[in-house]
Write a protein that binds this ligand. Sequence first.
Ligand SMILES: *Cc1c(COP(=O)(O)O)cnc(C)c1O
Length: 391
Amino acid sequence: MRSPSAPIPLSAPRLAGHEARYVLECVRSGWISSAGPFVERFERDVAERVGVPCAVATASGTAALHVALRVAGIGPGDAVLVPTLSFIAPANAVRYVGALPLFVDVEARYWQMDPERLAGFLRQRCRVRQGVLQERETGARIRAVVAVHLLGHPVDMDAIRAVAAGYELLVVEDAAEALGARHRDVPVGRLADLACLSFNGNKTVTAGGGGMLLTTRRAWAERARYLTTQAKDDPVEAIHGEVGFNYRLSGLQAALGCAQLEQLDELLAAKRAIAASYAGRLADVPGISLQAEAPWAWSSRWLATVRVEPGRFGADRGALFAALAAHGIESRPLWQPLHRSPAHAGAPHGGCPVAETLQREALSLPSSVDLDPEQIERVVGVIRSLARRAA
Ligand SMILES: *Cc1c(COP(=O)(O)O)cnc(C)c1O
C-alpha cells in the first residue's frame, strides 16, 4: 500500500515488461556497446511500428536532430523555422550545424506550430534574392522547418507541409514527445522525409536515454549511420572521411528500448486514460482546461497539461504549482518560449503572443503510466480546493 501522502512524480517510467530480461541477455551476450543484435532489433522494431523504411539509433533525441539537419545539408548561412514553444533541443540542433533558428508562434487550440503564423512569417520577414529565400534582416537562407509534436499532440502537418512546399522548404519532424500518436490516421514519424524520436527517461518509451532518426531515404540513413559512427571510412586503418560524431546508441539501452516498445500500446492507453480522467474530473472547474485534441488527431498524451486562466479559476498557474508542491505533487510549467531564451537571444521571430500566454498559464500534471485513480483524485482535489478557496 502506498501512503496517502507519498510524493507523486511528474512522469516515472514503467519497467514491468521484459526490460530486466533483455538487459541481462544483452550483458550475457557481451554485445553491450554500439554494435550487436539489440541495436539492430530496436531499429527494426521502431521502423516497423512507425512504418518507415529506415531507422538509425542515436545516443539521444538531440543527436538525432543534429544529424538529421546535417544529412539534409543544412549548415552555416542557413536558417531553419522552429516553433517557439518547445523543449530547446530542436533550436540547439539548428545552432550545432551553424544555422540560425527562426521562431514561429503556436496556435491557441492545440498549442502546436501555427501554419498561418508560419506563412505570415515567410510572407513578411523573408525575400527572394537571386532565387534564394532569405530572412530579411540577417540574409540567412531559409532551408527547412522543424515541426514539433508538442506534448504528444500532432502538429497539423498537412498545413505545415503545404506552406513549406510553397517555398521548397524541407520538413523535419520532431516526434520526440509523440511516439504512437497519429495524424489523420498516419503515425507520427512518417509524416516527413526525416523524423526524430527520443527515448529519454521521461518519454513515453524510454531506453534510459537515446534517440532515433527515421527516414524514407536510404542514402540519408546511410549518411546518418556514417556521421554517428565518427565518419569512419576504414575501421582497420582508422581513416575518417570527415569530422563525425560518437552518437550511437548502446546495446544496453537498445535492450531496454526493445522491451519498452513491446508495451507501447499499453503505455499509450494508460496515458490517454489519465488525460481523459483529468478532463472528466476537471470539466466543471472554471478556468481549467486540458490541452484539446483535434478531431483529426490521436494524441499520445505524453504529459497531461492544463491551462489555468487566473481570471476564471481565481488563482494563477504559479499558485497552483505551489499548492500541488505543498501536497508532494510534482507538476511542471511549459518551457520558456525559445524567442525569450538567453540561449537563443537575438534570433528572429515574428511575435509569439500565444506561446507567451501558454508559458504563463499552462501546467503539466502528473502523467506516469502507473498513476492510479487515488493519486489522480489527490491531484484533482488540490486543484478543486484551490478553485473553491479562490471563489
Ligand atoms: C525530449 C525531446 C527531444 C530530445 O531529447 P533528448 O533528451 O536529447 O533525447 C527533442 N525534442 C523535443 C521536443 C523533446 O521533447
